[in-house]
Design a binder for this molecule. Structure first.
Ligand SMILES: Cc1cc2nc3c(=O)[nH]c(=O)nc-3n(C[C@H](O)[C@H](O)[C@H](O)COP(=O)(O)OP(=O)(O)OC[C@H]3O[C@@H](n4cnc5c(N)ncnc54)[C@H](O)[C@@H]3O)c2cc1C
Length: 297
């Protein structure tokens, strides 16, 4: 189907883009890589009269380190992040980026877009939650920085106001004792995950000092469990302790049955993925080189 008629705007810079968003309010949508917005418009989901193309704004796709933080411009594509040497220091980031869809989608789709869609099956909201990322937002009222946990408020809903644009995602750089992993189960490459798991671990003398466990596709937003994390803190990480924590966090989740699988199947798969991602992060904390990659049906 063709999209309903709309007006296309290509502002010169960020202030001009924000001015247009302020002028058109809820009638306008930002266009970045177009990999979600264009299909949605073709399906005629939502009334979008004004499309504000920010895809070619300069300075919004850099990946750089500033003050112990990896700063990723909102327009950085999944492919750019997957190939970034700086992002390689945070393995979960590269695993999420490299596993999204196929080459075409990865070369057009952006991290800012993937996050702003806030799809419960999307890779970025889950992965970035596990890494305790923050989101920098610029709007008519100025700039603000929000933790990822406050950015995604529900399925397909964020805290963005109609005149606001995500400009940067900030991920704290891990110290030498910290590493991460992100693993998804997918039916095929060019499909959203059936379920996914992000883990970040800090080890000292083999004992877990800090852990972040996140499930994707397991509820309207990323699922976390303080109880499951407490089960691992201060303990040795092994497949047994990981399995116990996996059972606790999966019990706190509510994976919806759909074409990708039943709730029972997803729970079993999530449990397996927590152990796999945990073991991967553990090996990396110990300095072992571990290949990434998702599980495919
Ligand atoms: C076949 C296919 C398979 C896919 N598989 C996966 C997958 O496995 N995993 C996955 O995570 N994703 C998947 N996607 C989605 C893909 O990752 C998109 O790139 C992403 O969801 C949107 O990024 P985009 O830059 O294309 O955003 P757009 O489509 O341009 O925009 C999407 C939405 O975000 C808003 N937006 C975009 N950028 C900003 C910004 N900087 N600030 C504020 N709002 C913004 C737009 O207004 C719009 O509402 C798939 C897409 C396709 C077509």
């Amino acid at each position: 189907m063709y999209p309903a008629p709309f007006r296309y705007h290509r502002p010169e810079d960020l202030p001009a883009a924000i001015k247009l968003l302020s002028r058109f309010g809820d009638d306008a949508k930002v266009l970045a890589g177009g990999q979600s917005l264009i299909p949605m418009m073709k399906l005629r989901m939502g009334d979008i009269a004004e499309v504000i193309d920010i895809g070619r704004l300069s300075g919004l796709s850099n990946i750089e380190v500033r003050e112990s933080t990896l700063c990723i411009g909102a327009l950085a594509t999944h492919a750019k992040i997957a190939a970034s040497e700086l992002a390689a220091g945070i393995p979960a980031l590269v695993e999420a980026a490299a596993g999204i869809a196929d080459k075409q989608v990865r070369s057009m789709g952006t991290i800012g877009g993937g996050l702003s869609v806030a799809d419960a099956s999307g890779d970025w909201p889950t992965c970035l939650r596990g890494l305790n990322a923050s989101v920098v937002i610029v709007g008519a009222a100025g700039s603000r920085k929000v933790p990822i946990s406050d950015f995604v408020v529900d399925a397909y809903a964020t805290c963005l106001k109609s005149d606001e644009i995500v400009t940067e995602i900030q991920v704290p750089l891990p110290d030498a004792n910290t590493s991460s992993a992100y693993v998804a189960f997918k039916r095929a490459a060019a499909a959203f995950p059936t379920c996914s798991v992000g883990v970040q671990l800090t080890l000292e003398n083999n004992i877990c000092q800090q852990v972040s466990l996140v499930l994707g596709c397991a509820g309207p937003t990323a699922v976390v469990s303080a109880e499951a994390e407490a089960q691992l803190q201060g303990k040795e990480i092994n497949s047994e302790t990981l399995r116990a924590a996996a059972q606790t966090i999966v019990a706190a989740s509510d994976p919806p049955p759909d074409a990708r699988g039943s709730a029972v199947f997803k729970r079993a798969m999530l449990e397996t993925l927590v152990v796999e991602a945990g073991e991967r992060a553990l090996a990396r904390c110990r300095g072992e080189a571990v290949n990434g990659g998702h599980r495919y049906a």
